[in-house]
Design a protein around this ligand. Structure first.
Ligand code: MIC
Ligand code: SF4
Length: 642
């Protein structure tokens, strides 16, 4: 029987387990990437493993999330990351060089290889035919140490693309359409594999927009075949030797098949406050205050050039603030050289540096009650920095048209389509990427006062009584659990300080209450922990004494992060039992370690004496990790056994 693309790459990287859906597999990781907001923890953890140089083929440390430098803390993180990279054989992409996913696609991504990144949008590089997966920083540190990455063997969904996109409809509309079908939890433990005749009509940057936002489906990753389009992109990046053709076999099997006729799609928008709340732009008549173009989803040279062509010779609407952040220095420099940057500036755009910027609330928060239209990938409440703002996610074409008219605008009203093709040659200048130095011994790792040691988890207690510290609903994001933004991001290297902000937007008293309770349990609905890979959303609750999270279901990366830091994730066997628990409830767990061996746990509600059945959908390896108090302690115990 033939293999699909996912199975081919997994098979060639399989270290343990069998490719049977749901069974835990361990795969070899060829490349890793980190960014600054998750990277400091990842490298502190890597240092704790005592391994001199990384064991991967390539590891890159990017600075892109926090580049505001409002005080010493941010700058201290940057110099720590630069020196720790030099010491351990890691490439370092300097601040200003661009957003990790975009730069990785341009300069490092290779078809057929595996990439593990401490950022949930790592699947962007699936656009170039890589198996690119997002994970917590500790998992990435372990992969840098040469250990396998473990995950449940996902289901593989084929998305069959038919025909080609109509003028003014673009890659963003493809993924928004898929989000409207599958929702933000429809991709959990699935890999989305694209195929069909429509694939050849999409360039690598288009494909990367689609795989990037596969993260919003909760998917393990998304992947495109590697074909002539891939070769052309790599050639234009001066890397044709990295090209490897890669297709699914004709008779490959899939767990599910979804068909999308590209020719039937129209410009779409994800409405507040969820990427799956998708409507047709032509049906939305809304006045707009801010337009933001950029982020790792839509900031390629072709995206930006199209925006410049739309804005050329025109002026943005007086009520709109337009901010533009290019995905990389390569994109910005090319726009500068071909005159597009001048067009953007003349039209009234405010140009930001090539970084994540407004996507994660690092500046450019809109006004109170604003409508902000963005080419980004997440529109969770408050993420833009203004709690009562409403964010709409759209394509660059819709964003540019909207900036001109001041209301959400279907770009098909602009007239003749402006086709922009892939450049035959990109501007290659890697001077902002510092390769690892040969003389690692002389390098001193510089640690500023904001860089605090990583707290460790404690081994699981067998009998434990836990009051509920918070009860939350469905689709709680990691932005709810551990917010980002200009005020909180500088604390990413300082867990005691950042833990004060856990659940801040939902309940500002949470941190204080959790500390008073000393030990507690969190109760949640479906898809708990969707969104980012930030392990701080597990580490900080652990620091505040959270021992167990009980949810109707979990998002993949967050669940793995909870295990890594020794917090036990349990699921309701009967989801209605969620209603039996309130914020006043205390739960008693007895003989927990033995119960975990059978993966079935019973909790008793102290107030009502009712018993509720819970399940641990974890591998035996993960259960051992929990018993030891987290992955670092577990890994150490494995080494001590040798
Ligand atoms: C995000 O888009 O939410 C982030 C910021 O890139 C995160 C990483 C982080 O929290 O540092 C992600 O997607 O993993
Ligand atoms: Fe950066 Fe936004 Fe992309 Fe996250 S989603 S990596 S914050 S640009």
């Amino acid at each position: 029987m033939g293999l699909n693309l996912t199975q081919k790459i997994i098979k060639s990287h399989l270290i343990s387990g069998n490719m049977v859906t749901g069974e835990e597999i361990g795969i070899k990781i060829d490349q890793t990437l980190t960014q600054d907001a998750t990277g400091t923890m990842a490298y502190l953890q890597f240092e704790a493993m005592g391994i001199p140089t990384v064991k991967t083929e390539l590891s890159v440390s990017y600075i892109d999330h926090n580049t505001l430098q409002t005080d010493y803390r941010n700058a201290d993180d940057h110099i720590f990351l630069q020196t720790v990279a030099a010491k351990h054989g890691i490439y370092f992409s300097r601040p200003g060089n661009g957003i990790c996913h975009q730069v990785h696609l341009e300069r490092f991504g290779k078809p057929g290889k595996t990439l593990l990144g401490s950022d949930s949008h790592t699947p962007t590089n699936g656009g170039i035919g890589m198996l690119a997966i997002g994970a917590g920083g500790l998992d990435v540190a372990v992969a840098m140490a040469g250990q396998p990455f473990y995950l449940p063997m996902p289901k593989v969904v084929r998305v069959e693309l038919k025909n080609s996109l109509k003028p003014w409809v673009s890659a963003k509309d493809v993924i928004l359409h898929l989000l409207s079908i599958l929702t933000v939890k429809g991709g959990v433990n699935k890999i989305i594999e694209y195929g069909g005749e429509g694939v050849a009509t999409l360039s690598v940057p288009d494909r990367a927009t689609i795989t990037n936002m596969g993260a919003e489906l909760g998917a393990t990753t998304s992947i495109f075949p590697s074909d002539e389009q891939t070769r052309l992109f790599l050639k234009a990046q001066g890397r044709e030797e990295d090209y490897l053709p890669l297709q699914a076999d004709k008779d490959a099997k899939y767990d599910e098949i979804i068909e999308i006729d590209l020719g039937l799609l129209e410009p779409l928008a994800a409405c507040p406050h969820s990427p799956d709340n998708v409507k047709k732009v032509k049906d939305l008549h809304i006045k707009v205050d801010q337009v933001a173009i950029g982020s790792c989803t839509n900031s390629s040279y072709t995206d930006m050039k199209r925006v410049a062509e739309i804005l050329k010779g025109k002026t943005i609407h007086p009520n709109v603030s337009l901010v533009i952040s290019c995905g990389s220095k390569q994109v910005l420099a090319m726009l500068a050289r071909d005159g597009s940057l001048a067009e953007l500036i003349s039209s009234g755009a405010r140009i930001l540096e090539s970084a994540c910027g407004p996507c994660i609330g690092m500046g450019q928060a809109p006004k109170s009650g604003a409508i902000s239209v963005r080419t980004f990938n997440r529109n969770f409440e408050g993420r833009c920095g203004t709690k009562d703002a409403s964010v709409y996610l759209v394509s660059p074409e819709v964003a540019a048209a909207t900036a001109l008219t001041g209301q959400l605008t279907d770009p098909r009203t602009l007239g003749d389509y402006i086709p922009i093709s892939l450049p035959a040659k990109y501007l290659i200048d890697d001077r902002m990427i510092i390769p690892p130095s040969g003389e690692v011994n002389d390098i001193e790792v510089i640690r500023g006062p904001n860089i605090k040691p990583v707290p460790l988890g404690k081994p699981l207690e067998n009998d434990i009584s836990l009051p509920v510290s918070i009860k939350v609903g469905d689709n709680i994001t990691t932005d709810h659990i551990m917010p980002a933004g200009a005020r909180i991001l500088p604390l990413r290297s300082n867990i005691p300080a950042i833990s004060e902000y856990v659940f801040h937007s939902l309940d500002p008293l949470f941190a204080q209450r959790a500390k008073e309770l000393k030990q507690s349990v969190i109760i949640a609905g479906n898809n708990y922990g969707q969104g980012s890979s930030r392990e701080h959303a597990a580490l900080a609750p652990m620091y505040l004494g959270v021992k167990i999270v009980i949810a109707k279901s979990f998002a993949r990366i967050h669940k793995a992060n909870l295990v890594n830091f020794g917090i036990l994730p349990l699921e309701f066997v009967n989801p209605n039992d969620y209603d039996l628990i309130s914020e006043e409830t205390t739960l008693i767990f007895t003989n927990l370690k033995q119960a975990l061996n059978s993966k079935e746990v019973t909790a008793k509600i102290v107030e009502t004496e009712k018993e509720i059945k819970l399940q641990a959908t974890l591998s035996m390896r993960q259960i051992e990790i929990i018993k030891k108090g987290g992955l670092l302690a577990y890994s150490k115990s494995q080494v001590d056994l040798l």
